[in-house]
Structure formats: structure tokens, C-alpha cells
Design a protein around this ligand. Sequence first.
Ligand SMILES: Cc1cc2nc3c(=O)[nH]c(=O)nc-3n(C[C@H](O)[C@H](O)[C@H](O)COP(=O)(O)O)c2cc1C
Length: 297
Amino acid sequence: MEWKTAVTEMLGCKYPILQGAMERLADWKMAAAVANAGAHGTITASISGTPRKLRDDISACKEATTGAAGTFGVNLSIGICPDVEKMLEVCIEQKVPVETSVFKPDALVPMIKQGRVKWIHKAARIKDAVHAQELGPDALILVGVEGAGIKNPEQLPTMTTIIWGRRQLSVPIIAAGGIGDARGFLAALGMGAEGIMMGSAFMATQECRIADAAKEAILRLNPGNPDLRQRVLTPTLLKMPAEGAEAPAAPVDPDWSQAVSFSAGVIDRVLTVKELIEGIIGEAEKILDGWAFLKTG
Ligand SMILES: Cc1cc2nc3c(=O)[nH]c(=O)nc-3n(C[C@H](O)[C@H](O)[C@H](O)COP(=O)(O)O)c2cc1C
């Protein structure tokens, strides 16, 4: 089956699956593994740390993905990524798609437009997505509260966000938040998304640099766990840092299983990135085949 959607057409990847940025985890090697599996990988620019290193990382990723069925881009997490304008300059020079996230992208948009790179913005609230749409993105990622990463106190569940968002937005939507298997993937498409983004599901892949013990802990977790439920549903208190402010020191060796989302409920094996992506696609095709009602009349 051909998985052609507005998102695969725009990015040029085979499958409408995107790997989310992950602070300290999703570097160019993860992005390359995802692109080589036919999906769209994301280099988290804050991991590269400097524009020069980002240029090297993009080059390494290009080299590692020559002839790949998938593609990759760069995430610029506004307020987290250092030197964000210089990082954007590198993306423009290297002609790679850019994803902005965390805070409003307005200040970067003139440069993005002038640089003519593909641009996706990630929003947690519909009103932020509606605002971003005015600025002319190629697609918008909407993340529901089930997802991992920075939480907005006004975030709604993924289903409400995507269905309601579909009514208010005209650009292609990529759904994120608690998606980790074929059923979540198909549900997102059914809700009106043209692709999905997953973060947590990639944490439990062989390629992810977290400790094996953390991966095992993720396999044991599920949304019924009171601590996980509490963590996922609690908003992050995050303020846009003042210009030139030092980033707060992160713990050296965190327990990464604590960063996983409600997708923990469907992460039950440590797979390679390729097995994860191909497994979701294969299973989705099987499910569609089994929907006999689609074939009658
Ligand atoms: C460990 C971890 C770190 C993350 N760091 C970032 C980040 O720096 N910037 C960002 O925009 N999103 C970040 N995210 C969010 C993901 O890109 C994605 O939006 C989210 O994981 C989707 O929900 P899911 O985990 O249920 O798939 C992070 C997610 C995880 C799991």
C-alpha cells in the first residue's frame, strides 16, 4: 500500500511518521535511523549545541541517509535551543526542513520564509496553532496532553485536539501525544491528521542512547500507573528565558523512564527503529485489510 498524504508529499518521505525532537536523546544518528526506515527523522538542534556542530551533524546525517526512503529535518526548540537564529541559518544554508516548537515562532518566521525551507510548527493548544497558521507553515504538529515533553496547562487530549483542530486549520496536521502503535496511527489519520509524530516510542528503540534498564522500565509502565498518570497530566512550568540567560543545569544521569508518555501503554518490546516503523505500517495495513465493511458495496 502506498502511504501518500499531504505530509509525505511535502517532506518527500515514504511513510507519514515523524520522530519527535528529544532533548539530549534525539541526535543525528536517531534521525538517520528513522530516515533510513522510510519515515522523517528529527535532529534536535539543542543536542548539537552550536551552529558549527549542527552543520556537521546535518552533513553526517545526509551522508548516512543517501538514497534513503525517508527524510530528516531539524527541531529548533525556542527558549531551549541556544543560538537559535544561527542554528536556523545553518538549516537554511543546508536546505533542510525546520520544525519550531515550545514558544511562538513569530520572530524566526521572516528568516524561514526568506530562506525558503519547509517549515512545520508544533503547538500544544489549538489557539497557538491557529496563530501559527497565519504565519504560513507547511504543516502543524498538534500535541495532546497524553504526549511527553513540555506540557501546557491548557492542553487537551489528543483526540479532542486533532478533531477540533481539523475544523479550524486548513494546513496539514500531524498528530502527536500518546501514539505508539498502528491503532493510534490509524486513529490519528481518521481524526483528520495527515501524519503522526512519536517521541516516547522511539525511547525504547535499540538505537536510543538511554540505559537498557530505563528501556525495561518503560516496557513495564502503563497509563494505569499512578505516578505515570500524575506526571503526564501535570503541566510544566516554563517561562521564556531572558535573552542571554544561562540554561538551568539538567541532571547528569536522569531516569529516562520518567520522561515517557501514555504511549508506554503500547510499548511492549525493545525494537530497532526500522522494526518499530515497519511494524506500525505492516500492522496498520493488516487492520485495514480486516475492515471488511470497507470492501462491501
Ligand atoms: C525525552 C523527551 C524529550 C523531549 N524533548 C523535546 C524537545 O526538546 N523539544 C520538543 O519540541 N519536543 C520534545 N519532546 C516532545 C516530542 O518531540 C514529541 O512531541 C512527544 O514525545 C510526542 O508525544 P509521545 O511521547 O506520546 O509520542 C520530547 C519528548 C521526550 C520523550
